[in-house]
Design a protein around this ligand. Sequence first.
Ligand SMILES: Cc1cc2nc3c(=O)[nH]c(=O)nc-3n(C[C@H](O)[C@H](O)[C@H](O)COP(=O)(O)OP(=O)(O)OC[C@H]3O[C@@H](n4cnc5c(N)ncnc54)[C@H](O)[C@@H]3O)c2cc1C
Length: 452
Amino acid sequence: MANVVGEAVHKGLCCSCGVCAGLCPTDALSMEIQENGDLAPCLDAERCSHKCHLCLDVCPFSEGVHNPRKRNLELYSDQPDAKGNEDIGWHTRSIVGFRRDEVLRKASASGGLATWCLETLLKKDIVTRVAVVRLAKNPDKGFFEFCSASSVDDLRQSSGSIYHPVEISGIIEEINSNREERWAIVGVPCLCAAIRNSRRLRKHVSFVFGMACGMYQNTFYTEMLLAKSGVDRENIVNIQYRRKSDGALPSDYRFRGTDNRGSGKEIQYHGLPYFLGKNAYFRLNACNFCMDVFAETADACFMDAWLPAYRQEPKGTSLVVIRNREVSELFQQGLDEGEIWIDEISPEEVIASQRGHVRRKRELIYMRRGMREPDDTGRTKPTVVEKVNWLLQRRAQKRSKTAWANYGRSKYGRFAFWAHMIDIMLTQSMLANMAKMISISKRFIRILIHSK
Ligand SMILES: Cc1cc2nc3c(=O)[nH]c(=O)nc-3n(C[C@H](O)[C@H](O)[C@H](O)COP(=O)(O)OP(=O)(O)OC[C@H]3O[C@@H](n4cnc5c(N)ncnc54)[C@H](O)[C@@H]3O)c2cc1C
């Protein structure tokens, strides 16, 4: 009988969410970090009943690609005022805003609306528990873990974005063991989809909130940044991926690791973190087969306001796509009570803020699936640069994981790591320069034509 390990993990399609492991009725699945740094379920074949499909039923990638649209339609198309959109899916409203408390806004990833929304649900007793992410007490499954927060203070300790896979099996066991609680869960789009795929969880999880997502890197990404930051990964007491600095642009955030001796060197996002992300180092393979930019199965999706009007605001600004009427009313009350500032924003602007991800995750999905022509899951053809980039990214993704596992962790391992990546790195940089030159030449030719 097929199971998630055969159909998703062995095919490189596990997104590390852990929902399958949490729901397995015989406890046959446990989440473990694999040799290549990916967090994935391992199967205890003797425990598996081999009769149920539960793990496959909830896995967002069980069909080889995560396309959230069917579930989005089922959950949200009949909400009052629901509007369909090719890229965002069914939703009722899109807003821009931030929480007015300056300290809490600064501590958050963007404008702090996610934490504000979760706090409000708890304060109003609409939910009794919220699943959020925190530094792991036991780092066996990576540096971060889900924990359940039942107070505003608890919640505030978890604000900020964690660029590290976090699995939720422990929380699912908690949900199943105490049916009295009403939960809100926050996560990346694939995790939201896995939660929504389970009928059992739908009863106890009153709200699911998503983060817009371009992709995820495995735990080696964080290990590498910690090494660069100069801290000891065995004794970590804090990791911040997005430290904001006063007066700087919101995109100019920094990574900082802290071990038991103190804080390490800050790393600017535009340096190593951006390089690793852009070139697909340590990326989860599943992310190549995900079409879900805007967490379409979530009641609301939070993201950065990467738009010209908000790019200059150092404290950060959020965009939110709302799909649930109750959540929409909550935001309206927050505005009336002066806790937050929000304004309406068009879906086109929301899409513009995530243009690169929409292109890669939605429009070019068929190229990554190895299909010759677009079907209903893709619309436009890739350029030559996009095709070559995809081939290079696949190589970088695989080789970076092997090179880090084999060399990166040792004392002088970072040099050996880069030595193993050098040919891909040079080709990627040549391609990027070529793409830049093509775009400048095209602009120049356009100007010439217009001036004639
Ligand atoms: C992996 C990842 C990729 C992202 N990619 C993009 C992107 O490409 N474009 C974009 O605009 N925005 C992206 N975001 C969302 C963005 O970084 C902010 O999280 C979002 O704008 C919310 O900001 P906020 O200030 O409202 O949230 P905050 O008030 O800071 O609250 C954030 C909440 O999210 C929870 N959280 C953080 N990380 C995780 C995680 N890994 N899994 C589950 N829960 C988590 C925290 O526990 C906290 O409750 C991404 C987020 C993540 C985690």
